[in-house]
Design a protein around this ligand. Structure first.
Ligand code: C2E
Ligand code: MG
Ligand code: MG
Length: 632
């Protein structure tokens, strides 16, 4: 029975070796280590079989040859345990000092054991074809060494659990588990020689879960996929290598469909990948639909590689090259130590490519400056997230003065964040990041709710504060559920919707006027009004004025100050004011800092004044004092 089991194991491992070798793959260190594990397992299985054959043939008359075969088997078992251990340590990464020391120590240990086992005696027990095994000092030494390697391996897996992805961890743990269980069984029942077979099954599991080269291949184009790209980057990171790569992107895929018709596009892409592969001297990855990445090693300088690619593409598709609008962008990441780990390295790469998505540069270097900026953004993002979690998003209020009623009639709600150190962070320092990351939606909701509650609970409307102006980000305006969400908050708070005015800003981020207008209409239907903020900073503000259902226009600080610069500007401003009044809108002038400005602006058709002259934005309690103060 033993022989059959061993032969099954040999077949399994041989097949795995063939499958690993005859498919192209990126030779990550873990792949190489896995191949070593496969070979040592194969050798152990072969010598296991040979030793059974040798013992049976000798039939009690054991020569030094029989013993040599048995001892080779024993040594190969230790090598197998070592190889598995090595595979795990490669996976964890070489940067760790503990792992480096472990590697050197285990190699020395392996060397010593390999020398000692052949020298010390081995005994053979053999009564029948199925009842045979070896025992004695050499066998004890073998089991002990394999046991040590396995225990250390399990320890590494446990200690570095967090560093490994769960899939890898699970597969490697199963492998070790198979080995330990089979060793225990074989130890208790000497004649059951199953270690070799169990480890063959273990390698099969690792192959299927982790090392199958197919999982790195993009089926359509035949080149490596994005998974392979991540693994490759991770390896570069772990080795601290320079990453230089060329991105090749089809900017006009429609062209390909027109030219090749649907069914032929796939074969075109296959040919395309082949040309890249053969001409570049680098590794070709299909990063995503219509985008390929070729990475270069130190041996192939990127200039040489990209020239080769360019001319190969020109040769293969002489006219199409240009028309298909293929864009080549070379990116270099000088030091992978820019990031703190492989995962954030990948995140960083994605961000870098997003940043330059629409750039016309063909040579991008991820330099320290960009990396610094990126890190700062990350910090801001972390700060926002923690502020939201710990309720450190505050709303300040800046009074707005009515030139007709000669008192404060409203206020603008302005967001502030108190960071973990207790410092007050102005919106300019986090709004752009919040908009990029979508966190502005949560911030906007918090500000809206806090302002509504403050208005309701302070009953400031009884003191003449008719409404609050609350800023809306373009990102919020593009949400189809914005109006419903706000209406729900207003209902929950029990506030009269007429106490709220929302400020919108003209922005590139407003991609769909339809969504914006539909949100506005819904909110207006319950009584909320709108202002157009930052008037005077954009270009097409006039269109906005006429098309959007707004009540108030807010002059930006620069616009307000321009009025006091010279006669010409004053004349233009006068014209603008007349025009706004002609369409029946009210005007707020922001950024009024001096008394003379207030006096001048009160004489013309400006309805409201907001600025440091009256007050900076202040916390809620102080704002109450301001309002009560002016009434006294
Ligand atoms: P904004 O909506 O135009 O707000 C007016 C800004 O001008 C405020 O800056 C205010 O403190 C400042 N300001 C007012 N009067 C004067 C003055 O006399 N002199 C000077 N030098 N500045 C004055 P703040 O609070 O730093 O806000 C900056 C911008 O951040 C706001 O500009 C708005 O675009 C944005 N923002 C503030 N809060 C929110 C919010 O809750 N949501 C959104 N989406 N954006 C907000
Ligand atoms: Mg505003
Ligand atoms: Mg403004």
């Amino acid at each position: 029975m033993n022989i059959q089991v061993q032969i099954c194991g040999i077949v399994v491992v041989s097949l795995l070796i063939i499958m690993s070798l005859n498919r192209k793959t990126i030779w990550l260190r873990s792949k190489k280590a896995f191949l070593v594990a496969l070979f040592t397992t194969l050798i152990a299985l072969i010598f296991d079989t040979l030793s059974i054959v040798a013992i049976v043939t000798a039939a009690g008359n054991y020569t030094s040859f029989t013993r040599a075969v048995c001892k080779t088997y024993l040594v190969s078992l230790v090598w197998m345990a070592f190889a598995m251990n090595y595979y795990t340590s490669v996976d964890v990464g070489a940067k760790n000092r503990m792992i480096r020391i472990h590697r050197i120590a285990s190699q020395i240990f392996l060397g010593i054991v390999t020398i000692i086992i052949p020298i010390i005696p081995v005994s053979i027990h053999h009564t029948s074809r199925t009842d045979l095994y070896t025992y004695g000092p050499a066998v004890i030494m073998t089991y002990l060494s394999a046991f040590i390697f396995t225990v250390i391996n399990v320890a590494i897996l446990i200690i570095f659990r967090r560093r490994m992805n769960r899939r890898r961890w699970g597969a490697e743990m199963t492998w070790m588990f198979m080995l330990v269980i089979s060793a225990a069984v074989q130890f208790m029942n000497n004649a059951l020689l199953i270690i070799g077979f169990a480890s063959a099954i273990g390698t099969l599991i690792v192959f299927i879960r982790l090392e199958n080269p197919e999982s790195f291949i993009d089926r359509e184009s035949g080149c490596f996929n994005d998974l392979a790209f991540s693994a490759f980057l991770e390896q570069c990171y772990n080795r601290g290598e320079l990453i230089s790569m060329l991105t090749i992107r089809f900017t006009n895929p429609h062209y390909l469909y027109e030219r090749y018709y649907n069914e032929n596009v796939a074969s075109f892409l296959k040919d395309f990948a082949k040309v890249l592969d053969q001409s570049s001297g680098g590794q070709v990855f299909k990063y995503r639909e219509w985008e390929y990445v070729v990475t270069f090693s130190r041996k192939t300088p990127i200039e040489v590689g990209s020239e080769k690619i360019q001319s190969a593409l020109d040769r293969a598709w002489i006219i199409e090259g240009d028309e298909a609008e293929i864009e080549l962008v070379y990116t270099e990441i000088p030091s992978t130590f820019i990031a703190r780990d492989a995962e954030s390295m990948l995140e960083m790469m994605r961000a870098f490519r997003r940043d330059y998505r629409n750039s016309s540069e063909s040579m991008l270097v991820m330099d320290e400056e960009w990396a610094d900026g990126y890190r700062r953004e990350q910090e801001v993002e972390d700060m926002i997230i923690s502020a939201i979690k710990d309720d450190r998003v505050m709303v300040y209020y800046q009074p707005i003065y009515s030139t007709a009623k000669k008192r404060f009639v409203s206020a603008e709600a302005l967001v502030r964040i108190v960071n973990a150190e207790g410092e007050l962070i102005p919106p300019g320092a986090f709004i752009p990041v919040a908009e990029d990351t979508g966190l502005i939606l949560e911030i906007g909701r918090i500000v809206f709710e806090k302002a509504c509650r403050f208005m309701k609970e302070s009953r400031l409307y009884e003191k003449g504060i008719e409404y609050f102006e609350i800023n809306l980000s373009a990102v919020q305006c593009m949400r189809t559920d914005l109006a419903d969400e706000f209406i729900k908050v207003i209902k929950d708070v029990g506030l009269d919707p007429r106490r709220i005015n929302l400020e919108i800003t003209e922005s590139k981020a407003i991609q769909s006027a339809d969504i914006l207008i539909s949100n506005m209409e819904k909110l207006r239907s319950i009584g909320i009004t709108f202002s157009l903020d930052d008037f005077g900073t954009g270009f097409s503000n006039l269109d906005y004025l006429l098309e959007l259902p707004i009540n108030i226009v807010k002059f930006d600080r620069k616009m307000t100050q321009a009025y006091f610069e010279n006669e010409k500007r004053r004349a233009v401003m006068g014209g603008v004011i007349n025009m706004i009044k002609a369409v029946d809108l009210e005007i707020v002038a922001e950024g009024v800092e001096e008394k003379y400005q207030l006096d001048e602006l009160s004489k013309i058709d400006i309805d409201f004044i907001q600025g440091y002259y009256f007050s900076k934005p202040v916390p809620a309690e102080e704002f109450i004092k301001l309002v009560y103060g002016q009434q006294l």
